[in-house]
Structure formats: structure tokens, C-alpha cells
Design a protein around this ligand. Sequence first.
Ligand code: TRP
Length: 345
Amino acid sequence: MLCVEKDVSEMSDMEQKQVMLSGIQPSGELTLGSYLGAIRNWAERADQFDCYYFMADMHTITVRQNPAELRRRTLTQLAAYIACGLDPEKNTLFIQSHVPEHAQLSWVLNCYTMFGELTRMTQFKAKSAQHAENINAGLFDYPVLMAADILIYQPDFVPVGDDQKQHVELCRDIAERFNGIYGDVFKVPQPYIPKVGARVMSLSSPENKMSKSDQDPNGCVYILERPEDIARKFKRAVTDSEMSVRFDPEQKPGISNLMQIYSCAVGKTYEEIETEFAGQGYGVFKKTVGDAVIEMCRPIREETDRLLKDKAYLEQVYRSGAEKASYIASKTLRKVYKKVGFIPR
Ligand code: TRP
């Protein structure tokens, strides 16, 4: 079953908010694609849901990381999410490794997850091909830690991208199996289809989604990137041999992608954009789109930089986030320990 974002106005004040939870790996910089496709819409979710977001640093070490880099990226990501509009007063923001109950529950769930189930995970197959020199047990067990991340908060919804749907399905199976043995311990969460965000394509190969793993570094734009780098990437964006700015994703994927990005950045319709650039060359169009993206990203980058200099504030955010998260997580863990037969200390 899937849920599609409701209009906030449909909610009455009396209703208990449903819980939503998602983890984000601090493994790279935020892309323009994930900003326009998802993150941008997250701020307003807090009106409708009780939202938990955590930096999944424990998942990140399933592939080798540089420790100093990991610390830097975890903090940068936290700061960037706040700068994108996730208000720590309205959302619970925390760091996965600060709430040890995730790891504790994950051990228990390991014993209710089958070897065969984990072998079938497509991400495991892909990642073990990609990191053939380091197929560690954590990589194999990744979906069980993810199931623990989720089930420990008893959420109603888990927003994830396509690549993570199989993991949420497995999480539901584990929850149902456990509940089948011990009664209703876990809420069985639903995957959540976010409200239509943009589907931003690579600037260098517009048939593919914009992604950090793009072969060509010019294909992917990062929202914290320097303006001159953003400008260069848009200048080199692949177009076509026609000379008209017209929305036609089939015939003109490059131009249509740029139109979509421009439309998101400045709020113009495709017709308005077609009129604006009628009779002009692609050069002018690409520069205008690049400038619009630079202006859209500027306040986010400046706010992220400002927050990163305010270590005391970030510390206060992730500490109080972890405290709130721990309170709920420890309640679920206590219940699970009791059910499986562990003696309370
Ligand atoms: N595996 C997710 C990803 O790579 C991140 C993640 C970890 C997550 N734990 C989670 C997402 C729990 C949702 C819920 O995108």
C-alpha cells in the first residue's frame, strides 16, 4: 500500500500526527537532482507528519571511508538539510550512531532474517560487484540495520527512492514475521511516494537521471558547489542540433531537462520559457538557466557555511535530536528484549 502526500488543509488539528522517518547516507554532496526532486518538499511535511531524519553514518562504513571526511560530510549534511528548510524545532534531526538502539535491535532482527532473503537484495549484488575487494558482512547485513532504523520508531511511512524500495519491503516482511511470533510489537510501515518532485536528468547524458555516480563529472550539479563550477556545467550541458527551446522530453531530452530545472528554479511555466527564449540561441538559454540555479543555491550554500561555523548550535541540534530519538527507540527495544526472553538489567 502506498500513500501519496495529502493536502495539509485536510488535516484537522485534533488528529495525532502520523510518524515519518528517513535516513540519509552522508556519503556525498547533495545533488541538484535530489534537492529539486525531494529535499525541497520536505520542509512542509512537518506540518502533516511527525518527522525523523537521521544521518546514516553506520550504513556508510559498509564501504571504506576516510574518517575525517566522514565526520566532515556528516556535519555538512546536517547543516545543509537545515539550510534547505528542515527546521530542527519541527523535525527530529540526529545522527544514527548516537542512538545505539539501532545497532542493538539490528542484532535481534538478524535472527529473524533469512540468509536467502539478504542474498536476493539487488543493492547487495550491485555493491558487491562494485567493491569486489571488500564484500564484508556489514554490506550483506545492511538491510537488517535499515529495518532496525525504521522499526524502532514505529513509523507509519518511510519515504525512499526506487533503489531502496526492496529494502523497505524486506523490513515489512521482518516486522510481520516477528509480529507473527510475538504479537503486535512493530507497526508495519508503508513506503511513501513523495509529492511530485522534479525528475532531473544528467546534464551530459540527459537520458539518465542526474547522479553522483555519473561517468562525466559535468553531468551532476551539487547545490553547495562554487558558482563558477555550476556555470561551467550548464555551459557544457548537452542539447541537440535544432535551435529551438521547446519542451519535448522524447525528441529533446537535454533542452527539456534544462527547461524543467529552470522552471523549478524560477517558477515559470514551459510556455512562458518557450516564449522567453523564442528566436534565441542555446548559449543564452543555458547561461540563463545556470545563473538561475546559482541564485537558487546561493542562500543555501551561505546558510550552510554559516551553520558549519556555529559548531555549538549544530551540537545542540544533534544532541537534542538523539535524546528525543533515544526515548522512543529505547521503549521499542525494551519491548523487543522482553518478548524474545532477555532478562531486564
Ligand atoms: N539505505 C538508505 C539509502 O541509501 C539510507 C537509509 C538507512 C534509510 N536507513 C534508513 C532510509 C531507514 C530510510 C529508512 O538511501
